[in-house]
Design a protein around this ligand. Structure first.
Ligand SMILES: Cc1ncc(COP(=O)(O)O)c(C=O)c1O
Length: 441
């Protein structure tokens, strides 16, 4: 490290410490909640992704596109519950769907009027989905999709990509997590066409599925190249391998998901997040010959369980959300809004010559502390991670919430003024620390 780099490094640490102190001064109730929760939950946490340094801001309530902290400060919500918050916090149609469901009683323990309607809507929207089944989460949807592929092909292995996230037990970053489901995994690099195709062909006889996000979400909002996905589609087709698109995050890219924009039909698609209208949700669906494995009227049918799979809150809110709120036009507008917002932020980064960029697809965006093309998840140094922390906490102090790792989403309640406010605050932050953010070590 040269003298200038060292100075910037020290300045970054000093700034981060100062910002953490300000964060504590602004959020005493969040801090107190965290201290108390630590007595009964490990690290005061029950969902790892919601923990960050120095401690997580706790939310009291959400209204429209805003969140109010336990300290009663108002924030613009750019996290959007990791993409499940597409409808904002109080969309009247979603709320009345949920209230309507509750009025008819809870835990009915039988098929209800909503599940078939939501299934019909999903099959109509997604070209590749002939039949669909519901789960409680995206994680479960992926587990069931893998199960379907393994049973259908009679093969064992599953191919995934470095940095991909398909759920709490399907996380493929760096070393294998000991809590991962014990599948026979082949892991390769995202966006590497030749090696991926070669591996599919080499393993064809035992490969059940390729499980891929058409944009790496948790891995940094890194879009797949069309060539990469098309090559996988061709190679899996030729080798009789099931191609599973995990669209748990990306399905919001259009009314028919990112697959519609890419014009690629996977064999199975997994869904989740906002499609339950803001209530717990997951789904897997695809080719009827594969999905018929789960037909309980067929001999030797596979079992698919889940007490809350068809709960009326998720089913009705999901159905009303799709049919009355997230129409084709709304989906297209949200996608374009996200693309324009990304371009605005990237323009600011260029204008101020900082080593930052925003990646993503449509309304799902990832802030990176590197410029240049990003094709797979960067291995960030501590210096770089501290830059992300600094931006995140500074933006939080200015009233904007998103994930510390740089992940953000837009929701349909956001207006242009909200995006302008964010862009102005972001510009303030990068200008205040221009030396640090333009440093390229
Ligand atoms: C691409 C992807 N797949 C699966 C999941 C898991 O979904 P859930 O949190 O509902 O289990 C997520 C969650 O963030 C995700 O981003």
């Amino acid at each position: 490290m040269n003298k200038l780099d060292m100075e910037n490094h020290n300045r970054l640490l000093d700034s981060l410490n100062r910002v953490k102190e300000n964060f504590l001064i602004k959020n005493p109730n969040s801090f107190a909640r965290w201290q108390k929760a630590k007595e009964v939950m490990p690290g005061g946490n029950t969902r790892t992704v919601l923990h960050y340094e120095p401690f997580p801001l706790a939310v009291d309530r959400g209204v429209g596109t805003h969140l109010y902290s336990l300290d009663n400060d108002c924030y613009l919500d750019f996290l959007g519950e990791y993409s499940a918050g597409l409808y904002g916090h109080s969309n009247s149609k979603i709320l009345s769907a949920i209230k309507g469901a509750i009025d008819f009683g809870l835990v009915l323990g039988a098929p209800n009027k909503w599940e078939g309607l939501l299934a019909e809507e999903l099959c109509a929207r997604f070209n590749s989905i002939d039949r669909v089944r519901f789960t409680n989460s995206g994680t479960e949807a992926n587990l069931m999709a893998i199960g379907a592929a393994r049973a259908f092909t009679g093969r064992d292995k599953v191919m995934v990509f470095d940095g991909s996230y398909h759920g709490g037990v399907l996380y493929f970053k760096d070393n294998p997590s000991p809590v991962n489901a014990p599948y026979n995994i082949i892991k390769t690099q995202y966006n590497e066409v030749a090696r991926t195709v070669e591996l599919i062909k080499e393993n064809a006889t035992d490969l059940a599925a390729v499980l891929v996000e058409p944009m790496l979400g948790s891995g940094g909002c890194i879009p797949a190249s069309i060539e990469f996905l098309k090559s996988i589609r061709n190679a899996t087709h030729e080798s009789g391998v099931c191609l599973i698109f995990d669209e748990v995050m990306t399905s919001r890219s259009s009314s028919g998901g990112l697959q519609e924009l890419l014009q690629i039909n996977p064999d199975i698609t997994t869904l989740g997040k906002y499609l339950g209208g803001g209530a717990s949700f997951g789904a897997f669906g695809g080719r009827s010959d594969i999905m018929s494995l789960w037909d309980p009227t067929a001999p030797d049918a596979l079992a698919h369980a889940g007490t809350f799979n068809n709960n009326t809150i998720s089913m009705s809110a999901g159905f009303i959300g799709l049919t009355e709120v997230f129409t084709k036009t709304v989906a297209r507008d949200l996608f374009n809004k996200g693309e324009n917002f990304k371009a605005t932020l990237n323009e600011l980064c260029k204008q101020h010559d900082v080593n930052l960029q925003v990646t993503g697809v449509g309304s799902i965006l990832g802030l990176h502390v590197r410029d240049g093309a990003i094709l797979h998840p960067p291995k960030y140094s501590n210096f770089e991670l501290n830059k992300l922390k600094l931006i995140h906490l500074e933006m939080s102090l200015k009233g904007f919430l998103f994930a510390q790792r740089g992940y953000m989403t837009l929701n349909i309640e956001m207006e242009d003024t909200h995006l302008e406010q964010f862009a102005n605050a972001f510009e303030d932050v990068i200008v205040s620390y221009k030396d640090i953010f333009s440093n390229r070590i």
